[in-house]
Write a protein that binds this ligand. Sequence first.
Ligand code: ZN
Length: 276
Amino acid sequence: MTNQPLRLLIVGAHPDDADYHAGGLAALYRESGHVVKMVSLTNGDAGHQTERGPELARRRRSEATAAGAVIGASYDVFENPDGELQPTLENRRLVIRLIRSFRPDLLLTHRPNDYHPDHRYTSTLVCDAAYMVTVPAIVPDAPHLPANPVIAYLPDHFEKPYPFRPDVGIDVGRVMDRIVDMLHCHESQFYEWLPYNGGFLDEVPRDEAARRQWLAARTRSRLRAATERFGASAADVYGASPGKRVEYLEAFEACEYGAPLDAAARRRLFGWLPSS
Ligand SMILES: [Zn+2]
């Protein structure tokens, strides 16, 4: 174990996926002085009921930047059009360059089975880049890595071909407010598009403080449900206070294409997490 800060890279499809699924772990990493980068492989320019195109992409980029700033993390938004991400060789090279330049210890992304094509192809691109980041002849102008990072999947609800199987659980109770602060930055999503798309736009309070409270309640209930769903099955829960019940959980599933999430890797990546 060295004193070098750890490096966490979260690659989502859209500018809100990274913090939505792993904002708690990101906040805990930052709290302990580690380095975090969140990435969206698309520009999010289709995620709204009335806005679209470059104007929406600009809005979402600035929302993502603000969300990253909440915890002192960078949030990069790539130029691929929303809803049209393709697992092309060009995009694979882009992801290889991203991983090589950031040199993550831990890399999180979507699972390959997911309702949204952009999520699926983001996963495909990361998995396809995984081993290639160590091959010098591939993208030769970007220095290759000596080894794969540990790669893990963000949670979802899909059952086929097999349900999300948590390997690691993180008690995120102590950073609940930071998670909500981050999501609150994505105004176009959590107060506009997602409620419109889900048919509950009339439930969103107009007042700024009231709607933050509304979002906090929704976020708490989502992470409480994750505790119920995954709590007992997460192989290990890190950051939990001894003797205290875990209330809010983020869970991740190891991806076999990354470095093994063995006992040493677990200690290095999660063993030091401050307790809630
Ligand atoms: Zn998404």
